[in-house]
Design a protein around this ligand. Structure first.
Ligand code: SAH
Length: 264
């Protein structure tokens, strides 16, 4: 995967991504990070890249030409069809599904804004996707782009040591991940659920699915509701005995009713 990042702070993204798993992926040439300094394409003698917005208002705006020239300088494998992502709070909110979709591309271009943002005309000219990392405003697009590259890269084959590790994780199947435990079996009087030590893989899988359902219901009612609807619909054509997920969901919801309201 080739990432091209247009930014005023190339060191920030290069250094941020050069550590840990993304760093190893760069060393192994599974991902390549080409951070281009937009300031190198400033067209005036002061190397300025920002100016006051027409019509007034607070702050400065990144000008169109340096961004455009930085974009034109990129050596892309295929300029046509290459996705150019502008990180900004007005975009579609980034999620695991978009990370998975983008991980299938061979190269991606990211544009990091700064100050009050970027002159709209260059955005119209080059951007294919507006993507936000959440409903809050940051000072620049560098952190959002690092967040996206991190999430995308761990779905690129070979980047995670064990290919299995991205399977069954939170969001991949619409549920949050189950709680996990490692050694020792008892810590501060808290025991690891005995079933996890039983060696019975079918039981462990069932236990984990149940825990995922309980956890998602408690922490992300919105995701749980979507999952529940889909599960019930997909099992509707099966004989009642075979509707395993539906049964598990009913049991969990019954247990909750029997427990009564929990004290806050
Ligand atoms: N004036 C703009 C915000 C500018 S913030 C507005 O009100 O919409 C400056 C830069 O930070 C943006 O150009 C963008 O690249 C980045 N940024 C800020 N918040 C972001 C978010 N939630 N997601 C992605 N990028 C963001």
């Amino acid at each position: 995967m080739d990432y091209h990042i247009l930014t005023l702070f190339p060191e920030m993204v290069r250094e941020g991504l050069a550590n840990s798993i993304t760093g190893r992926a760069m060393d192994n040439n599974l991902i390549r990070v080409n951070a281009v300094n937009i300031r190198d394409y400033a067209f005036n003698k002061h190397s300025s890249v920002d100016d006051y917005p027409y019509g007034g208002g607070a702050g400065m705006l990144m000008q169109a030409e340096p961004v455009y020239q930085a974009f034109c300088s990129l050596q892309l494998k295929e300029r046509e069809g290459c996705r150019v992502i502008y990180a900004n709070p007005q975009g579609r909110v980034f999620d695991q599904a978009l990370a998975a979709e983008l991980s299938k591309e061979k190269e991606l271009v990211f544009l990091c804004g700064h100050y009050e943002g970027v002159d709209e005309r260059v955005l119209e000219e080059i951007v294919t996707d507006n993507v936000s990392i959440g409903d809050y405003v940051l000072t620049g697009g560098e952190l959002p782009v690092m967040v996206m590259i991190d999430a995308i890269s761990r779905l690129v084959p070979g980047v995670l040591g064990n290919e299995e590790s991205s399977v069954g994780e939170s969001f991949t199947d619409g549920l949050l991940e189950y709680p996990q435990y490692s050694r020792p079996p008892v810590w501060m009087g808290r025991e690891v659920p005995p079933i996890l030590l039983s060696g019975d893989h079918a039981k462990v899988d069932e236990y984990r699915l149940r825990q995922s359902l309980i956890r998602t219901r408690e922490r992300r009612a919105d995701l749980y509701e979507k999952y529940r609807q889909r599960a019930i619909e997909s099992e509707a054509s099966l004989k009642p005995k075979k509707r395993k997920l539906t049964k598990m969901i009913e049991e969990i919801e019954m247990e909750e009713i029997e427990k009564g309201p929990t004290e806050q």
